[in-house]
Ligand binder design. Structure first.
Ligand code: 4BW
Length: 145
């Protein structure tokens, strides 16, 4: 029988779970949907962060958002891939924390979000914490009990 104490998570340092910004696939606000779709398909990820040239976080873009934005009444309007910019369709409801937040907070957010963005106090993007990394930590603690 597994048991898990809430206390074991109080000391978790979010920095230890971070996939740093330089390793995270991303697109820029002014990129076309065509470029974003290329990044998503080539990286294999479903969704990635949208940043500006100063690395400030503005939103998330996903394959589904892009495909949805191409839907016309009777056909898929692929010409929109070159006409629209990422910032026109991106999701601005971003799951995000700073490194001062608790692991419990991030664990709760990961129920609804496959990754959580980490920003500094000025909103500059520092990286992501993925559901995979979170679950690995929980499993490691379960096995230690
Ligand atoms: O290219 C991949 N490499 C590896 N090692 N695993 C992958 C890859 N693509 C997908 N996966 C696996 C991971 O377990 O499938 C899960 C779901 O991927 P997703 O959501 O739907 O593309 C992955 O789970 P995860 O590691 O917990 O990552 C959750 C989500 O975080 C991913 C993706 O949207 C984002 N993500 C993860 N690493 C990223 C990233 N986005 C940009 N750059 C990265 N390096």
């Amino acid at each position: 029988m597994y048991s898990l104490q809430r206390d074991v998570f109080f000391d978790v340092n979010l920095e230890d779970l971070l996939i740093s910004a330089d390793k995270v696939a991303h697109v820029q606000v002014g990129n076309t949907l065509e470029h974003a779709l290329l990044v998503l398909v080539k990286s294999g990820y479903t969704a990635v962060p949208v940043l500006d040239s100063a690395f400030k976080l503005h939103g998330l873009i996903s394959k589904n958002i892009i495909l949805d934005s191409l839907l016309g009444v009777e056909r898929i309007e692929t010409e929109k891939l070159a006409e629209y910019n990422v910032e026109e369709v991106m999701d601005t409801n971003i799951p995000q924390v700073t490194l001062n937040h608790t692991f419990i907070k991030v664990l709760g957010m990961s129920i609804n979000h496959p990754f959580i963005c980490v920003v500094d106090e000025e909103g500059a993007f520092e990286g992501i914490i993925t559901r995979r990394v979170i679950l690995k930590l929980v499993i490691r603690h379960l096995n230690q009990e």
